[in-house]
Design a protein around this ligand. Structure first.
Ligand code: HAM
Length: 413
């Protein structure tokens, strides 16, 4: 038997109701906040991620699925959504002329990580990106969107961690302070961090290696080094969250695992996932569009992991959606009449099903149960003669005669 590669999953129908419930809750929230969907390719030139996410990050240095196409160009399966969305936005002449653009997306991402619960090599994210404004309102809006989706899907205990990692101006002096601090402890650093100490000391705060992580708690904090603009910006984000009663905890070391962030960073964490405690994360990235050759345009966004969210709410009951109507007949003309009605109802947007074979009522009712039908319509010889179906509400058991041409109104009232 040929098996699937490590770290990928098949999602069978028993998980699909919950899966779609999560995705639909997210899409519903995106629509209410006026985001529009964008679909970008699953593969990009490797440079998109190397330049966007940063060559010092674990994602780029260790976790990308990279290959050469037949023309010798290096391509990579996207490890995350933001870099591709930014590439698309910068390349597209129509949307990048609009003042503010709000996109959402979802789909598979690929990282060659060590697979474990909640950590896969192919996983799915949904996320959103806003381009064109550096107003702290949008940092707040993105966090609020994730908060609403988390509540809508039934995640009942989570913490929102937030931080600001400043801008080009204020980060320089902070990085120097970090270098100073870690240089005195260089012998305790992992080989990656020894190298990053010179190239990008912020990465040391995100290292998962035990001895590096242990040094973090006494490291200098960026809050003490933010410039006036960055600290005002952070204050406003927090003020807007307070006004909307979104609770958060400040984490002065939250730098996140991607290099593109400026100012606000945030993560949604829960203790229900074991080692993988974050189910969503994001932040502001005001230099990324220009890094891709677009005109300087600020941006802010987030992404959430579908598999992790599905794991968190695995025990929650999910509203089950079956077919609206199952039609029961006795063959011959009663089947033909049922077919006529079924066609009309489907054309009008209802979900309707039927068993075409001539079977007893009992077998057809059983099938209606299996299809989780809300209503059942029986059309036997008597019903055919009277021009009305016997329509039964499967939940309440109530049954009444409904004229054939009134079934749609009856079901939708
Ligand atoms: P990220 O924190 O790398 O951010 O990923 C976001 C979410 O994707 C995580 O919180 C987690 O739920 C899920 N995730 C990440 N890696 C895995 C994995 N190996 N297996 C399962 N789930 C995983 C980003 O990707 C940024 N693009 C977010 C962003 C958007 N920042 C600004 N805009």
């Amino acid at each position: 038997m040929i098996s699937k590669p490590p770290g990928v999953e098949d999602i069978f129908p028993d998980r699909i109701d919950r899966w779609n419930f999560v995705l639909n809750s997210a899409i519903d929230t995106f629509r209410r906040y006026n985001y529009r969907e964008l679909i970008v390719p699953v593969m990009e030139f490797t440079e998109v991620f190397a330049r966007g996410i940063g060559t010092d990050t674990d994602i780029v240095s260790k976790e990308m699925f990279t290959f050469e196409d037949r023309g010798g160009r290096s391509l990579t399966l996207r490890p995350e959504g933001t870099a591709g969305v930014v590439r698309a936005y910068a390349e597209n002449g129509e949307y990048n002329r609009l003042s503010v653009c709000k996109f959402f997306y979802n789909g598979p991402m690929f990282r060659a990580e060590k697979p474990q619960k909640g950590r896969l090599r192919q996983f799915n994210q949904f996320g959103a990106e806003i381009f064109g404004s550096d107003d702290p309102y949008y940092d707040y809006e993105i966090i609020s969107v994730v908060d609403e989706i988390s509540k809508a899907v039934g995640i009942d205990s989570y913490t929102i961690l937030i931080n600001s990692i400043g801008c080009r101006e204020c980060r320089g002096s902070y990085m120097e302070k970090l270098r100073e601090y870690y240089r005195s402890k260089e012998d305790k650093l992992c080989p990656d961090c020894k190298r990053r100490l010179e190239t990008n000391p912020l990465r040391l705060l995100d290292c998962k290696n035990e001895s590096c992580a242990a040094l973090k708690s006494s490291a200098p904090v960026i809050k003490d080094h933010l410039c006036r603009e960055c600290s005002d910006h952070f204050m406003k984000v927090k003020q807007y969250l307070d006004i909307s009663e979104v609770q958060y905890t400040e984490d002065p070391y939250l730098v996140r695992g991607l290099d593109y962030y400026t100012k606000t960073t945030f993560e949604f964490v829960t203790d229900k996932l074991g080692g993988q405690n974050a189910f969503a994360g994001g932040g502001r990235y005001d230099y990324l569009v220009e890094q891709f050759g677009g005109k300087p345009t600020p941006g802010v966004g987030f992404a959430a992991g579908m598999e992790r969210i599905n794991l968190i709410i695995e025990e929650n009951p999910i509203p089950e959606k079956g077919t609206d109507l199952f039609m029961i007949h006795t063959g011959g003309d009663t089947f033909l009449k049922s077919l006529e009605i079924l066609h009309e109802l489907r054309k009008n947007g209802l979900s309707v099903d039927i068993d075409p074979g001539v079977k007893g009522f009992k077998a057809q009712f059983k099938r209606a149960d299996r299809e989780k039908a809300t209503f059942v319509a029986i059309i036997g010889e008597d019903e055919l003669a009277s021009g009305s179906a016997s329509v039964k509400n499967q939940k309440t058991g109530e049954q009444e005669k409904v004229p054939f041409d009134n079934i749609y109104n009856f079901l939708t009232k």
